[in-house]
Each structure stands twice: as structure tokens, then as C-alpha cells.
Write a protein that binds this ligand. Structure first.
Ligand SMILES: [Zn+2]
Length: 196
């Protein structure tokens, strides 16, 4: 009888170990498949994301703006493997600058797109507004220009604004307060979902 009881106890403990293992496995799978979404898309993407070309408009950009554009192209290139930009004089993305004291934006992006149902991006232009980005009381480091340039480049990839500690946060001052100058994991997750 004693032997039976200890056998039963052993069975019960094995049963609990199996349940515990199954619970852990399910929790892990659920966590991997359901990341907290911290990015947004406008659902327009490049049809051939590995063949997108870009050009920096050197004639219109201050040297610090040129550096910001070239650095953020590298940042995005290093962060993910889905959208691959190459420099070419017939460009899909023009990276340029303006000086406009009549607007609040430090950077902006416009995109040309195909009609439904495809919604492919066919051309994009991103500006830095040097009225702000060349103002050393606002942009006192190269990393801050890099942050705003990288945010705009994120728009050309198909990402939209998203609050919080991400590069796609629309507010330069919030990004600076978080110390965010390059694509974060949530920004990269957005690109992965759009292009995987
Ligand atoms: Zn934006």
C-alpha cells in the first residue's frame, strides 16, 4: 500500500511537471507571436524594397544635413534587412532640405503612391527644415539631426507616427529626451511586418 501511494505521488508530480512545461511553452509561443505593437503604418510600401534608390540633394543641404541623411541611411540599413537603399542619381527617395520659419515641422516627407488595391510607394521626398536643424540651441548635437533625419526616412519606408520611446515618435524633443537617434526594436518590428 505504501508502495502504491509513493507511485501515485510520483505520477502526480510528473503530471504537474508536464502541465508546467506545457504552460511555459504556450506562454513563450504566445509572447513571441504577440509582441506589443509599438509602431504604425500607413500601409503604403515599396513593391521591390531591395531595389530602392536614394539621392542626397547636396545643392540644397547644409553639410550637417548631408551628414544626417547619410548617417541615418546607414542606421536603417544596419537595423534591418528588408529595405535596402542604394545611392543612384535616378532616385526613388530624394533627401533634401529647406529653410522655412513659417511651419512647426523639423522634418517632413511626402510620398507618391499607386492607386488601390496595391498602394505601392513610387517616389518619396524627405526634407529637414534647417530653420530648426541648423539652430544650435535646438540641435546642439549631430545625433539630434540624425534622429530627425532617421524619423523621416522611416516614413519613406512606410512607417507612420507612433508615441513613446521609438524613432517614429513625431516629437523631436521627446525623442531627444529619450536619447533616441536610431531605429528602435519597435521601429524594426514595423518594417518586418510590412515587408516580411
Ligand atoms: Zn513624422
Amino acid at each position: 500500500m505504501k508502495a502504491h501511494i509513493s507511485h501515485l505521488t510520483e505520477l502526480i508530480s510528473k503530471f504537474y511537471i508536464v502541465i508546467l512545461a506545457a504552460t511555459l511553452a504556450l506562454t513563450t509561443i504566445f509572447t513571441i507571436q504577440s509582441p506589443v505593437k509599438a509602431w504604425a503604418s500607413d500601409w503604403y510600401i515599396w513593391q521591390y524594397p531591395t531595389e530602392v534608390t536614394y539621392e542626397i540633394d547636396y545643392a540644397s543641404c547644409a553639410s550637417q544635413t548631408e551628414t544626417a541623411w547619410s548617417t541615418c541611411v546607414s542606421d536603417w540599413d544596419n537595423a534591418q534587412n528588408y529595405v535596402d537603399l542604394s545611392y543612384y542619381y535616378i532616385e526613388d527617395i530624394l533627401l533634401t532640405a529647406t529653410t522655412n520659419n513659417g511651419v512647426a515641422w523639423h522634418g517632413t516627407t511626402t510620398k507618391t503612391r499607386t492607386s488601390p488595391p496595391n498602394y505601392y510607394i513610387t517616389y518619396a521626398v524627405s526634407w529637414l527644415n534647417e530653420y530648426y536643424t541648423e539652430n544650435p540651441s535646438i540641435y546642439d548635437t549631430a545625433n539630434k539631426r540624425r534622429s530627425t533625419a532617421g524619423h523621416e526616412l522611416g516614413h519613406t519606408y512606410g512607417l507612420s507616427e507612433y508615441p513613446g520611446a521609438v524613432l517614429m515618435n513625431t516629437s523631436p524633443s521627446e525623442r531627444f529626451s529619450y536619447g533616441i537617434y536610431v531605429p528602435q526594436q519597435d521601429d524594426i518590428n514595423g518594417i518586418t511586418v510590412l515587408y516580411y
